[in-house]
Design a protein around this ligand. Structure first.
Ligand code: ARG
Length: 456
């Protein structure tokens, strides 16, 4: 492509370090789409002859078909996707192919292709996040009344419902989707026509090309256009946060599926056996989702380090943007899809969960709140009295305040009546938390309804 100035071919090692077709072939669809829009604009502006424009469009269509049926000859000697397509175009239509690169550089071309790829990846991620949210919503609706212990510090804290717990993730994934939307909106400007870095002397129509390619408009600074990769960094940040949320849910699934917790049973479809221990049911999919965040966050780190300290404008360093980005979105897609499958399939053990919800003095707060309400005790005093009751129950080998006889309670605080037992069941505890966003089944159902509406 640049043979005019060179007399010796590149060293084999030069080619080995330079070649990117092995991975940037994933930009093929974007590259052809961008070229077709560019060629159409060149023709419209009279920058190439109608016959040449028609030949180019026809050739690009044939290349598209070759890509689709797997016959396109990807060749290392043409370095990257842009030159592979152009070289093939020349084979197919002859010298007219050389006119396609008028008013364009590979710098704005790759900026365009990659931006369109990342934009589509954000859109796909939103779709996958939505599918996961729907799976969570369906489970949450089925279990809006299913009691389980809520934890802080992974210590049993207060009874909640399984539906409420799952809805916490619906909220997190909802924000993840909105981060992908935000990133998309900011990146949706077309860099094509910025050429190498300074813009083009030809009377090109950047607004028209931007519109044809689904952008809100053209980028406003030609140097920024070819130098910027923050759109990818932002998408990778959103992906990293989303993968972090996935890893938290994955970790809970791993815990819940242990015989020690016994809260859920994963389906056979999302567990594996052991080659030596016949009794094992291993939550491999959940473990892998828990791990994949390493790749996603690693990709964000990798690209951030690549971009750090790069002077304006394009540097070949930026070719290293693609592999981590592709890898991150591949990992995220698998994780989101596997998680949606696991969630849809898992079955909670309501009996185990309810038993755990009532144990470990989970309604101690309800006891203290009753003292505040019924006896007009300051909360700090109520906290103290409750602590004494828990201590007494513990010393008697009990696990629930409800099991402590009334005379024992009255020995601590004589004004306590049998009315207090009404608030000490996990059902009563959860049902009482009717504040907006609380775990009361009615509140949970209201949030489920709101989300179902939103996702409709
Ligand atoms: N393969 C290159 C990349 O991915 C395309 C841009 C090359 N531009 C250049 N001036 N060498 O970044």
């Amino acid at each position: 492509m640049w043979g005019g100035r060179f007399s010796v071919k590149p060293a084999d090692l030069m080619q080995a370090i330079n070649v990117s077709i092995g991975f940037d072939k994933r930009l093929a669809a974007e590259d052809i789409r961008g070229s077709r829009a560019h060629a159409a604009m060149l023709a419209e502006r009279g920058l190439i002859a109608p016959a040449d424009a028609a030949a180019i469009q026809d050739g690009l269509k044939r290349i598209e078909a070759e890509m689709a049926d797997g016959t396109f000859p990807f060749r290392d000697e043409f370095e990257d996707i842009h030159m592979n397509v152009e070289a093939r175009l020349r084979e197919l239509i002859g010298p007219a192919a050389g006119r396609l690169h008028t008013a364009r550089s590979r710098n704005d071309q790759v900026a365009l292709d990659f931006r369109m790829w990342v934009r589509a990846a954000c859109d796909r991620s939103v779709g996958q996040v939505r599918a996961l949210q729907r799976a969570l919503l369906a489970k949450a609706e089925a279990h809006a009344d299913t009691l389980m212990p809520g934890f802080t510090h992974l210590q049993p804290a207060q009874p909640v419902t399984f539906g409420h717990h799952l809805m916490a993730y619906v909220e997190m994934f909802g924000r993840d989707a909105s981060r992908f939307f935000d990133a998309r909106e900011r990146m949706n400007q077309c860099p094509l026509g910025s050429a190498a870095l300074a813009g083009s002397p030809f009377p090109i129509d950047r607004h028209g090309v931007a519109q044809a390619l689904g952008f809100d408009g053209p980028t406003a600074n030609s140097m920024d256009s070819v130098a910027a990769r923050d759109f990818a960094l932002e998408a990778l940040s959103a992906a990293s946060i989303c993968a972090t949320h996935l890893s938290r849910l994955a970790e809970e699934i791993v815990l819940w599926a242990t015989p020690q917790f016994g809260f859920i049973k994963l389906s056979d479809a999302f567990t594996t056996g052991s080659s030596i221990m016949p009794q094992k049911r291993n939550p491999d999919a959940a473990e892998l989702v828990r791990a994949k965040v390493g790749r996603v966050l690693g990709s964000l780190t990798a690209l951030t380090v690549v971009m750090k300290g790069l002077p304006m404008t394009y540097s070949k360093d930026m070719q290293e943007d693609k592999v981590p980005t592709f890898e991150a979105f591949d990992a995220l897609e698998l994780s989101l899809n596997a998680m949606a499958g696991m969630v849809a399939d898992l079955e909670p053990n309501a009996t185990r969960m309810a038993a755990a919800a009532g144990g470990a003095f989970s309604t101690a707060t309800d006891f203290a709140d009753w003292l505040v309400r019924a006896l007009d005790m300051p909360f700090r005093d109520a906290h103290h009295v409750t602590g004494a009751a828990v201590k007494r129950a513990e010393s008697m080998g009990l696990e629930e305040l409800a099991s402590l006889p009334l005379d024992e309670l009255q020995a601590i605080e004589p004004r306590i009546t049998s009315e207090v037992y009404k608030v000490l069941t996990p059902e009563a505890s959860a049902a009482s938390r009717t504040s907006y966003g609380g775990t009361a089944p009615a509140q949970v159902r209201a949030q489920i309804a709101r989300w179902k509406d939103q996702l409709r």
